[in-house]
Design a protein around this ligand. Structure first.
Ligand SMILES: Cc1ncc(COP(=O)(O)O)c(C=O)c1O
Length: 414
């Protein structure tokens, strides 16, 4: 089965929980081809419910951050469970509206919109915007004035930058500049009603959020017309068994207690992305090559790192599983993608059984920043997406075909 000069390093380890059984995995690849994103609705719904129930504060609104996954069939599930949407871009808003969200339930918190985009966001009907610089606020004020001076429902929030609370970040405005912001808004007959906090993505340490609650409430009170606190975004997900998991119960309890005590009673917005959707997604791929470099198994698969999030931004490798029968005996394994990119590793130093060409591997927890960050690097086509509802598959995005690579290219008529 393998050639190796020394005997391969073996170990015995648990078999990771498989997302579904082998016959379903085989059937999925037979019908929809490989590689394939598979989302499990039951897992998604359970996660939505867990997060929703963890925060008991009565004036809470949840908004799913679709930067992580923009498939409208998944967005609709959030809507069915009474979540709104968080948008980072006008494109997020566009998809949200296609999924059926009321624009009033969409919160925009992004950065660096140009004038046309700012107009677009407002024309599309989004009326809560959290902005991250005085220039963006000025642009908002001007565009808002041109569009509709009588729309008093618009909520303008400031994105916060205090390095000790938010971490070092390019995003946000320091409270020292709040008086200027308030003055500017007043000049246009507007109020600054929101404070927006974002800790950066993938923060597993619950304390990074809980320890700043009271300070955020103090900062918010510096806004004379304060009505809401938007707490992000950024809640981590423990991709590896030994990683710390973000503790939603603890976060919810501490936040609820602090907000219940605080006056005035403000609205709370929570806009999780990764924490809500990472777990429900698996990327199925087939083994196309197996070789041994000394003790190490080098497995080549028919997908690529371009189908996943950028490791340097979004943290380490995801767990990889196989349905191989002999999963007791494990070997140090690198799982490599199908591009010439020398760092095309989907997994490094994994523990996997000796696999064969044709076997199926599952890359776990890829629901967030997976398909959403897939690229056409090396002109690989983007995979299809399937949604499992009680193990019944439904295609929710077709696999690309080669003509996609010509989209928008000007092709000379011959
Ligand atoms: C303002 C804001 N909120 C929420 C999110 C979602 O973040 P996460 O997936 O880390 O929860 C992002 C991601 O970029 C963001 O910029």
């Amino acid at each position: 089965m393998f050639n190796s000069i020394s005997s391969p390093k073996k170990s015995k380890k648990h078999n990771k929980n498989l997302p579904f059984n082998l016959s379903l995995a085989l059937g999925l690849l037979e019908n929809y081809d490989s590689p394939l994103y598979v989302y499990d609705k039951n897992i998604l719904v359970k996660t939505i419910q867990k997060i929703t129930q963890s925060i008991r504060y009565p004036h809470t609104e949840f908004k799913f951050a679709s930067v992580t996954n923009g498939n409208i069939n998944l967005l609709k599930i959030f809507k069915d469970y009474y979540w709104g949407l968080h948008a980072n871009t006008p494109g997020d808003i566009y998809l949200g509206l296609k999924a059926g969200f009321n624009p009033k339930n969409i919160v925009y918190s992004g950065s660096n919109l140009n004038a046309q985009e700012m107009r677009q966001v407002l024309i599309l009907g989004v009326n809560t915007l959290n902005l991250d610089s005085i220039s963006q606020i000025e642009l908002y004020c001007k565009v808002n004035q041109q569009l509709d001076q009588t729309n008093s429902n618009r909520q303008l929030g400031v994105r916060l930058n205090i390095p000790e609370l938010t971490g070092e970040s390019r995003i946000g405005i320091n409270p020292q500049e709040f008086p200027l912001v308030i003055q500017l808004a007043q000049k246009y007959g507007l109020q600054v009603t929101g404070l927006h906090f974002y800790r950066g993505t993938g923060t597993n340490a619950t304390e990074a959020f809980t320890k700043v609650i009271n300070q955020l409430l103090d900062v918010g009170k510096q806004l004379p017309d304060w009505q809401y606190l938007d707490f992000g975004g950024g809640f981590g997900y423990p991709y590896q068994d030994n990683n710390v998991a973000f503790n939603w119960e603890n976060f919810g309890e501490q936040l609820t207690a602090a907000l219940n005590k605080s006056e005035p009673k403000i609205k709370l917005i929570i806009e999780p992305g990764r924490a809500a959707i990472a777990q429900c997604g698996t990327l199925l791929t087939r083994v196309v090559s197996v070789k041994w470099q000394g003790d190490k198994q080098i497995v080549g698969v028919d997908t690529t790192i371009s189908n996943l999030s950028v490791l340097s931004v979004h943290g380490g490798y995801r767990e990889i599983v196989t349905w191989h029968e002999n999963s007791e005996q494990l070997y140090l394994t690198d799982v490599c993608g199908n591009t010439t990119y020398s760092r095309d590793y989907l997994g490094k130093n994994c523990q996997l059984p000796a696999v064969n060409v044709g076997d199926i591997l599952g890359i776990l927890d890829v629901g967030a920043y997976g398909f959403a960050m897939s690229s056409h690097f090396l002109h690989r086509l983007l995979p299809a997406e399937v949604l499992l509802d009680n193990n019944q598959p439904r295609l929710i995005r077709k696999r690309e075909q080669y003509h996609t690579l010509l989209t928008n290219q000007i092709v000379d008529e011959v």
